[in-house]
Design a binder for this molecule. Structure first.
Ligand code: 13P
Length: 251
């Protein structure tokens, strides 16, 4: 079924923060300050807190997702969770290839491809994350790196599958560092990604949301969201505070 995402998309990636109790507290506080919506709000809690966040925020029209999946449906894969399990627990979205998965856990392009395919098969919307390191950027390899990551991630997709895909451009040097890409940096990278999508999809490329992530805060979210080709933001640290996240969601 075709799907159109309402933009901007404001997503919070909690990373390894907030077990069920802290998640419940966040939801209680966020419910008091949640902005009125004509946008897509998503929270990616740790998997153990997913059902809590879903139950508490569904009436506020906030979607939930998991931060990672394994590509097999089930089996002897200790410590992993599968896409159908995440879907059954209420997840609608999944982050794939986040920079911490790639750089801390050594996830490969090939693995992101399998995970995107598994997400699609289970009816989850994958958010494929791409982004260059500072060394790659300084060496003039921005485009090469992000287009390689994009190409690998979408390798198995049909043209129709792209209606269910989101992309997040997260330059590694801007994640958790307080150093944000400028709106121009974001537009530049997003345009390169969009042009690659356009080669394949034509005008339908405009319907694939491309989010920016990397030190998004309440006071820079507005200018980033206003930047050309930026369809939303993926927020780490600032999504942990319900007031900050609400301010970003209202930006
Ligand atoms: P920060 O917003 O903490 O820089 O994290 C960005 C991120 O990795 C979101 O997925």
């Amino acid at each position: 079924m075709p799907h159109t995402f309402e933009t901007p998309v404001i997503a919070g990636n909690w990373k390894m923060h907030k077990g069920p109790d802290a998640a419940r507290k966040f939801c209680r506080e966020f419910a008091q300050v949640a902005p009125a919506q004509n946008r897509t709000l998503i929270v990616f809690p740790p998997a153990l807190s997913l059902t809590v966040v879903r139950a508490d925020l569904i009436e506020h029209d906030v979607g939930v997702g998991v931060q990672n999946i394994y590509w097999e449906e089930d089996g002897a894969f200790t410590g992993e969770i599968s896409a159908p399990m995440a879907r059954e627990a209420g997840a609608e979205y999944v982050l794939v290839g986040h920079s911490e998965r790639r750089h801390v856990f050594k996830e490969t392009d090939e693995e992101t491809s399998l995970k995107v395919a598994a997400a699609m098969a289970a009816g989850l919307f994958p958010v494929l994350c791409v982004g260059e390191t500072i060394e790659e950027r300084k060496a003039g390899r921005l485009e090469e790196v992000i287009l390689r990551q994009l190409g690998a991630g979408v390798k198995t997709l049909s043209d129709k599958d792209f209606q269910h895909l989101l992309i997040a451009y997260e330059p590694v040097w801007a994640i958790g560092t307080g150093e944000t890409a400028t709106p121009e940096d974001a537009t530049d990278a997003h345009t390169r990604l969009r042009n690659r999508l356009r080669e394949r999809l034509g005008d339908a490329a405009d319907d694939v949301p491309i989010l920016y992530g990397g030190s998004v805060k309440p006071d820079n979210a507005g200018e980033l969201l206003a930047a050309d080709q930026v369809d939303g933001v993926l927020v780490g640290g600032a999504s942990l505070d319900p007031r900050d996240f609400a301010r970003i969601a209202a930006a």
